[in-house]
Write a protein that binds this ligand. Structure first.
Ligand code: NAD
Length: 358
């Protein structure tokens, strides 16, 4: 088994170092190889996703990714910006299914802005289609309007589109995932307004015929945004398109209080995957040793489960994270009175210690 380790920029290097520590203590038989990505790769090689990094990613069973980006790159041409590295990896590896669990740990119930009773025990999974929709649909661009409200004016446009196979494969991923959990899928669409999402709904209903043991409900995206803060525990698995998923998964992540706790996985059809925390490179706290490494450590656990077939080890890491939370250890983002404030590497060391003590 081979893991490509791509720390990236900002806090990426700090948090990935902690996840690597945790993986090393498991004593599993895998090889880890690091490479530059994002702004760091642009500085060294003039491109955010150099050929060598892409080759390493393609040749690996899984990619452990930190985060990329810094405001100082905002003026670069779009293809050279750090974030393009993630898009390039998704595209080249065909990573079409994004898993974003939102789990509320009992010990962190007060970190949420919602009432504890609304989120205590929350465990939902958002599955977002990652390679289609309006983010990638062609044509797109700027032009002079020939019709609309202001003919002759400058305008910009994008194209929302989904093909049947694209919807079928993400729907299957969602139904399969729900089978292993609460057996309920909420398909989020905007079928009342968008042709693309009426089609989405029709195809999801077709695929559901193969999964009659799983309950299927449909919800418009505006209602889903409301229900997520009103009654989040009513959801089990949410499946949706690229743009709605982008927005709803960030909303769901905030239900739990800290983005520093949330892992994510992006998988292709052969279970090769990219595993990264749900947050960005946090340039505001980079280099200070205060970033929360738990989202990345939990992403490593997802990697063991989904791409490397090591479910037992994944459970061990998750139990070790529970343990350090029970011990009252908190990085500043999840700190509350009466707990013990620790830095990035102390938190990583504590997880390693909890693992070794199991
Ligand atoms: P961000 O997620 O980096 O940070 C948002 C806020 O959350 C900041 O206040 C930050 O300090 C805090 N935060 C994030 N992760 C944390 C952690 N582990 N521990 C403690 N606090 C944490 O989002 P942003 O500030 O909007 O973006 C910063 C850069 O990251 C931008 O260049 C953006 O493009 C990039 N970005 C990258 C990814 C990615 O690599 N997948 C995702 C989102 C944003």
């Amino acid at each position: 088994m081979k893991i490509a380790v791509l720390p990236g920029d900002g806090i990426g290097t700090e948090i990935v170092a902690e996840a690597v520590k945790v993986l090393e203590v498991l004593d599993l038989n895998f090889e880890m190889e690091s490479a530059l990505v994002g702004g760091a790769a642009y500085e060294a090689h003039g491109h955010p996703l150099p050929e060598a990094t892409l080759k390493l990613a393609k040749d690996s069973d899984a990619i452990l990714f930190g985060a990329v980006g810094d405001w100082k790159y905002d003026k670069l041409d779009r293809p050279l910006r750090p974030e393009q590295a993630i898009l390039g990896l998704r595209k080249n590896l065909g990573l079409f299914a994004n898993f974003r669990p939102a789990i509320c740990y009992e010990q962190l119930v007060d970190a949420s802005s919602l009432k504890p009773e609304l989120i205590a025990g929350l465990d939902i999974l958002i599955i977002r289609e990652l390679t289609g929709d309006i983010y990638f649909g062609q044509p797109r661009g700027r032009r002079t309007a020939v019709d609309g409200h202001f003919p002759g004016a400058e305008e910009a446009f994008d194209t929302m589109r989904y093909s049947r196979p694209e919807i079928e494969r993400i729907a299957r991923v969602a139904f399969e995932a729900a089978r292993k959990r609460g057996k309920k899928v909420t398909s989020v669409d905007k079928a009342n307004v968008l042709e693309t999402f009426q089609f989405w709904k029709d195809v999801v209903i077709d695929v559901h015929k193969d999964y009659q043991d799983v309950e299927l409900e449909h919800m418009y995206v505006d209602n889903a945004a409301m229900q997520l803060v009103k009654k989040p525990k009513a959801f089990d698995v949410i499946v949706t398109g690229n743009m709605f998923g982008d927005i709803l998964s960030d909303e769901a992540s905030m239900l739990t209080g800290s983005i520093g706790m949330l892992p994510s996985a992006s998988l292709n059809s052969s279970n090769q995957g990219l595993y990264e925390p749900s947050h960005g490179s946090a340039p505001d706290i980079a280099g200070k040793g205060v970033a929360n490494p738990l989202a990345t450590i939990l992403s490593a656990a997802m990697m063991l489960r989904f791409s490397l077939n090591q479910d037992e080890s994944a459970k061990r890491i998750e139990a070790a994270v529970q343990k350090v939370l029970e011990q009252g250890l908190r990085t500043p983002d999840i700190y509350s009175e009466g707990t013990t404030k620790v830095g990035t590497s102390q938190m990583g060391d504590a997880v390693v210690k909890a693992l070794s003590a199991q």
